[in-house]
Design a protein around this ligand. Structure first.
Ligand SMILES: *[C@@H]1O[C@H](CO)[C@@H](O)[C@H](O)[C@H]1NC(C)=O
Ligand SMILES: *[C@@H]1O[C@H](CO)[C@@H](O)[C@H](O)[C@H]1NC(C)=O
Ligand SMILES: *[C@@H]1O[C@H](CO)[C@@H](O)[C@H](O)[C@H]1NC(C)=O
Ligand SMILES: *[C@@H]1O[C@H](CO)[C@@H](O)[C@H](O)[C@H]1NC(C)=O
Ligand SMILES: *[C@@H]1O[C@H](CO)[C@@H](O)[C@H](O)[C@H]1NC(C)=O
Ligand SMILES: *[C@@H]1O[C@H](CO)[C@@H](O)[C@H](O)[C@H]1NC(C)=O
Length: 445
């Protein structure tokens, strides 16, 4: 549970930096990627390339750090230390001042109760603990997932209601109701669902059929809200990152409840509507629907939609827009732009994912990662699931350097030594990556 004792600004950054600040540096800080979906089939096959050994160690370390923070549940504000900051009482502000929408900026009210940050931490904790269970085989990690899911979704005292009717509430004279932008607050459901699927399909003992049944019922109820409530449908229609993230959530939840046909239809809808006009002929996926000051790039959630599709037999990586461009075109364009409004680290998962999905025959993407992310890039967690991708010969396995060829197919799964080194000598760039992630989280809300 978090209180609102931290002021608005620090609340806005508490998601990623909170984890960073409580850890003794230089342990590699947890990076909260914009979103992702990790294919449970790949994880459970446990046929991991040797070059993922360091990424596996990072995942186990992140699972442990996040688990120390949980469980999370949605919470009420504790404003005892905030003090009076305006001549108006809060109640007067909430009921008399019209609220404006400023895309890309936080509604400060929403930060008094940092449920968005708590949910993002929860999603990361579920994903990394499920992966750590698959990598290490210890029930501690699957037990963490069960505890966290129960606290957020199932236990009567702490469970979230299965709707976002009040998310990103606009107060003011006509207010006291949620806005469609608040649907974005559960976008990381795609990460959480992939974690749950790993435990379910891997038959982790701690993920009991009782928890599975109850969580599926919660998800079915919420999915009904997500496909019928007026603000949810407004979010679905949004042409920018908001609409794209909506499809991440809905498709992932449909997969979770066993509605594969529904999930395919959901992805089909995205890839025949918003996607068709999101990427222009140059590959620019940002400009068409960009708001003034926000990074509202739908590139990361588009990749997540493609990853969910790949898992259920809907191949989206090669689908072309009305301009004949693809997901790869959007990444290639982004690489020509320099960091711009993004930090380079925000591109890392997208570069590795595109290299894994389309191949990296000329070594262009690996060279870019080496130049920008430097030598530590194969220890980034996402390097584990975005395979095959070259480690540029950086990973030391079994006392010998790997050749740099990707996807060797040799397994280090369950290796007792995979997490023995939690990165004490690493992570020079990881603080920067975490900052980038925090900025990204701030910007898309
Ligand atoms: C609220 O926060 C204050 C410190 O700011 C703390 O002393 C108090 O115990 C908190 N109240 C609750 C109910 O957590
Ligand atoms: C806050 O404002 C109220 C109403 O004006 C006042 O009664 C109270 O003493 C103020 N509290 C602080 C901590 O300044
Ligand atoms: C969905 O959840 C709400 C709130 O918990 C509950 O009132 C409603 O009966 C549920 N609907 C279904 C179909 O389970
Ligand atoms: C590219 O797509 C945009 C948005 O749909 C459209 O306005 C433009 O005409 C297209 N350009 C080409 C060359 O197809
Ligand atoms: C995309 O199309 C190319 C050429 O048809 C094919 O070789 C490749 O396997 C496809 N990629 C995916 C991810 O389906
Ligand atoms: C991969 O790991 C296996 C088993 O530990 C080892 O025998 C092999 O040499 C490793 N391959 C490389 C390229 O390091």
């Amino acid at each position: 549970m978090r209180s609102c004792a931290s002021a608005v600004l620090s609340a806005a950054f508490s998601l990623s930096l909170g984890v960073l600040l409580v850890q003794p540096l230089p342990v590699r800080a947890v990076t909260s990627y914009a979103n992702d979906f990790v294919d449970p089939t790949y994880v459970l096959a446990k046929d991991f390339s040797n070059v993922t050994a360091e990424a596996q160690a990072t995942i186990v370390s992140w699972a442990q750090s996040l688990a120390r923070e949980g469980p999370w549940s949605d919470s009420w504000p504790n404003c005892s230390s905030v003090g009076n900051t305006t001549a108006l009482t809060d109640e007067e502000v909430w009921t008399t001042c019209p609220y404006e929408t400023r895309d890309g900026q936080f509604n400060p009210d929403g930060r008094l109760v940092n449920d968005v940050g708590a949910f993002s931490d929860l999603a990361d904790a579920v994903l990394y603990n499920a992966l750590a269970w698959a990598i290490k085989g210890s029930g501690t990690y699957s037990g963490n997932v069960a505890t966290f899911v129960k606290a957020w979704f199932l236990d009567a005292d702490t469970a979230m209601n299965p709707n976002l009717a009040y998310a990103q509430m606009a107060r003011g004279p006509d207010g006291q109701v949620g806005q469609h932008t608040g649907v974005l607050d559960l976008k990381c459901m795609a990460k959480l669902v992939s974690g749950v699927l790993i435990l379910r399909e891997g038959q982790a003992a701690e993920w009991t059929s009782d928890i599975d049944t109850q969580f599926s019922a919660w998800a079915a109820n919420y999915t009904t809200w997500l496909t019928t409530a007026s603000i949810a449908l407004e979010e679905e229609a949004a042409e920018n990152n908001h609409g794209t993230f909506y499809y991440n959530q809905l498709a992932a939840l449909q997969v979770l409840v066993g509605d594969t046909a529904g999930a395919k239809a959901t992805l089909e809808k995205y890839f025949t509507t918003q996607y068709m006009w999101q990427i222009d002929a140059s590959g620019d996926q940002e400009s068409l629907h960009k708001s003034q000051q926000a990074q509202t790039n739908p590139r990361p959630p588009t990749q997540t939609n493609a990853k969910i599709g790949a898992y259920i037999g809907y191949d989206a990586w090669n689908l072309t827009t009305s301009n004949g461009t693809t997901i790869k075109s959007a990444l290639d364009y982004a690489l020509t732009q320099g960091a711009g409004t993004e930090t380079a680290s925000e591109l890392y998962p997208d570069v590795v994912a595109v290299g894994a999905a389309y191949g990296d025959a000329g070594g262009k993407y690996a060279a870019w990662m080496l130049a920008n992310a430097k030598k530590a890039y194969p220890e980034d967690a996402q390097f584990f699931w975005n395979q095959p991708f070259s480690d540029s010969g950086l990973v030391k396995t079994g006392g010998s350097s790997s050749t740099g060829s990707s996807g060797s197919g040799n397994s280090v799964s369950g290796g007792a030594d995979a997490s023995s080194d939690n990165g004490a000598a690493r992570g020079a760039w990881s603080a920067v990556a975490a900052m980038g992630a925090a900025v990204l989280v701030a910007a898309v809300l």
